[in-house]
Design a protein. Structure first.
Ligand code: FE2
Length: 223
């Protein structure tokens, strides 16, 4: 199983603060049956540092070889108008060097531009994955369908299955066949930790036909 959204690269964002915490996160991944993880530190137009992220990622790989987890580097990109230019110039990182990109949008502004932004990225040759859509509960479901029609994919955080207030959206999105990834968005080993248990039991019970696609050994990225 793969986790495509994780802030486990230590000391580069609001995720893991240290190698020790990252090792605890990796131990959780092993317990949860996750054998591939894409490290996705935050990047936004004022905080790019691609060389530093690559250097820290190489350092991490050297320090955690005892864990049977394949690690890849990517980023969680904060949407901005010049996102395509930043990707093309290598300033923004794609997921594991593929054409897949993990994108988050502001929750403070009108969200109607998300389908257009997804279209813009698709036309440029990328496959945008919209991160944690449960954060936009007021965004109509039909617009998420439009996101997928425009070449985008959709990710829910595993944690939203543990909160009753988010289950409605998760259920509707799954029912509509709109969910492509469930990811941890892990930030630490205590709070916002790796825990797929609620997500797995919900999907296995209510939507077993998606269990393999969401938690199986194959993934859309071909990793
Ligand atoms: Fe994140």
């Amino acid at each position: 199983m793969i986790d495509i959204h994780s802030h486990m690269l230590p000391g580069v964002d609001d995720g893991s603060p240290s190698l020790a915490v990252t090792k605890n996160i990796l131990a959780r991944y092993v317990e949860e049956g996750v054998d591939k993880v894409i490290c996705t530190p935050h990047q936004h137009s004022d905080l790019l540092r691609p060389a530093l992220l690559k250097e820290r990622f190489a350092e991490l790989q050297r320090n955690v070889s005892e864990f049977p987890v394949g690690l890849y580097l990517g980023a969680e990109l904060y949407y901005c108008e010049n996102i395509v230019d930043l990707l093309a110039s290598g300033q923004f990182l794609t997921l594991a060097g593929t054409k897949y990109v993990l994108v988050e949008f502001s929750t403070r502004h009108e969200m109607v531009y998300i389908p257009d932004a997804v279209y813009e990225l698709s036309v440029a040759g990328y496959v945008p994955i919209v991160a944690h859509i449960e954060r936009y509960p007021y965004f109509p479901l039909k617009q998420w369908a439009e996101v997928r029609e425009n070449g985008g994919l959709i990710q829910l955080n595993a944690s939203c299955f543990a909160k009753k207030e988010n289950l409605g959206l998760a259920k509707k999105a799954l029912k509509g066949g709109l969910v492509d990834f469930i990811a941890s968005d892990a930030h630490g080993d205590v709070h916002r930790r790796v825990d797929f248990s609620a997500a797995k039991s919900f999907v296995n019970k209510k939507f077993p036909k998606y269990s393999d696609a969401l938690f199986g050994s194959q993934n859309a990225l071909g990793l």
